[in-house]
Write a protein of this length. Sequence first.
Length: 359
Amino acid sequence: MKTLFFDEAGYTGNKLSDGDQPAFVLASHAVSEADSAALLHSCFSRSKADEIKHKDLRRTPVGRAAVVALVDAIRSDDLPIAQYVVHKRFALFQRFFDFMVEPAMKDLKFEAYEQAFNIAATNAAYLGLPPCIGQRRFHRILELFETAARERSHPHLAAVWQSLERAHAEQEGSVRSMIDMLLVGKPEGSLHLNTMPDNPLDVSLSTMVALVVHWRRLSPGPFHVLHDETSAMTASKPLWDWLSSPGQQEATLGFGDFRDMILPLNVERTEFCRSHAYAGLQLADVLAGAQLEVCRHVMGRSNQPDYAVLLMEAGLDRVVNNIWPDANWSAPETPGAPGAVDPLDFIARGPGLGRRRRV
């Protein structure tokens, strides 16, 4: 059985507009517990701490140098790691599209998830709207939607539509067309707000699913998943156990393209444990924290830019999936399987869910 270790950094739950914590990272690796312990001992032999934590290491020049050495050793030995990075404000905008716009498009017989239209459209709008309608206004729209989703607040959602309509009246051409697309969600917006799942903006489950799908493509398993006990994923464990179980029915979830995932994921068991007890979890913590440093640097929000550059030069580049705005994004030409099942409808059958949700 292959053991997979997970830990996260930058988690803020349903608050994705947090300017102080602009990115989220979920790190994973398949380095054995014994090899993890040896690697930590080799790179952090000078540490007197009972537990290796990135938040402590980043505070001193010696600690930062040791993390860079760790990343360099991982690259040199080609150790199996995989990370998922999330640009939170872009993720928030994509959730707005998922919960407000896509259902309205579906009612109009347009399948927004086919051919990854949703990803291309949200990239274009997220990058194209702020220069034209103003970054402050755009961010305010995102904050209003975030509050509406977290509190089921219809007045906040109404303010979203009002702000978009005012921007629409001021614009023309392609920018106006982008706003037209978003306003498609207005007529049934209140209904869709009422039918959102609990924790609608939380990205911890979706990133976990995506990384295990990555490992499943590399190996048939079975897998033993170990995650830090402080993870918010603990709240989603019933749904996670149902979805990831080896007893799950055989199915292909997706839209017939690069996003397809094969069930079962073949996770024999998932445990949430104290990182103090596992070198593998401590290694995942350091990887997640280091990757977050790089993300913040890329976003222009780093207070340790020299450290972030050294991490990048050492080869911290094992990002296998992301939610990140990209002006040049195009769908990978990866063929999907025939007969794929809509993952949103499939997961709505899971425990505690009786409504359509995005994972």
